[in-house]
Design a protein around this ligand. Structure first.
Ligand code: SAH
Length: 219
């Protein structure tokens, strides 16, 4: 199905209402969902009719574009400020990165499947969103651009990689502590954790009700 810009905008407004009903409260997150054309992040046009349903959809390489609720909830829990440096692990379709960039973050995103990245980069560029991307294993973070104010891991794994923890910025005057959202646990039973760096060697760990994610792979 081919969506016109006008139809897509109307569907986005419905999606925003749905996410609000499901408990998303942050106005900046809802505004970004209302602005980012999710259908452009879904390859082909066959699934565009479902682009604004609250569903994960296939994007190739056995991967999916995350469910809008998952993206909105994780972004809300990040508590982003404009200008913050954010590392994303698992670029996938680029939709989560687009939401973060629309909210004024400086986004660095790592994806292990290069073919996905080849498709995603031009989509982000066409929308004028500046997101720096790299193919590779994101469980090692992106040392060249560390430290980060926030890290969002969009695939679930068994443990929290130490490399990611250490790439969170140490506490600084006048800035909120750096935090990471990461799904942790055995396959299909991931629980969302928010790790906050409260000192050079101090971290807090909060958990949130489970949202489902695709596996985070370390070869
Ligand atoms: N943020 C994406 C979600 C895609 S699903 C979006 O908004 O569409 C999760 C992605 O994580 C998949 O594309 C998968 O290939 C990627 N992934 C899994 N393990 C990874 C790893 N170790 N490093 C980088 N990317 C990884």
């Amino acid at each position: 199905m081919i969506l016109t810009d006008r139809q897509a905008a109307a569907r986005r407004r419905e999606l925003v209402d749905l996410l609000r009903d499901k408990g998303i409260e942050d106005p900046a997150v809802l505004e970004a969902v209302g602005a980012v054309p999710r259908h452009r992040f879904i390859p082909g046009t066959g699934l565009h009719g479902q682009a604004y349903h609250d569903l994960a959809l296939p994007i190739g390489e056995g991967q999916t574009i995350s469910q809008p609720f998952t993206v909105a909830r994780m972004t809300e829990l990040l508590g982003l400020r404009r200008g913050e440096r954010v590392l994303e692990v698992g670029t996938g379709s680029g939709y989560q990165a687009a939401i973060l960039a629309t909210m004024g973050a400086r986004v660095f995103s790592v994806e292990r499947h290069e073919p996905l990245l080849r498709r995603t980069k031009p989509v982000l560029e066409k929308l004028g969103l500046s997101v720096r991307t790299r193919a590779g294993d994101g469980t090692f973070g992106w040392p060249g651009y560390a430290p980060f104010d926030a890290i969002v891991v969009t695939a679930g794994g068994p443990t929290i990689p130490d490399e990611l923890r250490s790439q969170l910025r140490e506490p600084a005057e006048g800035k909120p502590d750096a935090r990471m959202l990461i799904p942790v646990g055995p396959a299909k039973e991931h629980v969302l954790h928010r790790i906050t760096r409260t000192g050079p060697d101090a971290f807090t760990d909060e958990t949130f009700n489970d949202v489902t994610f695709v596996p985070l792979v370390r070869d």
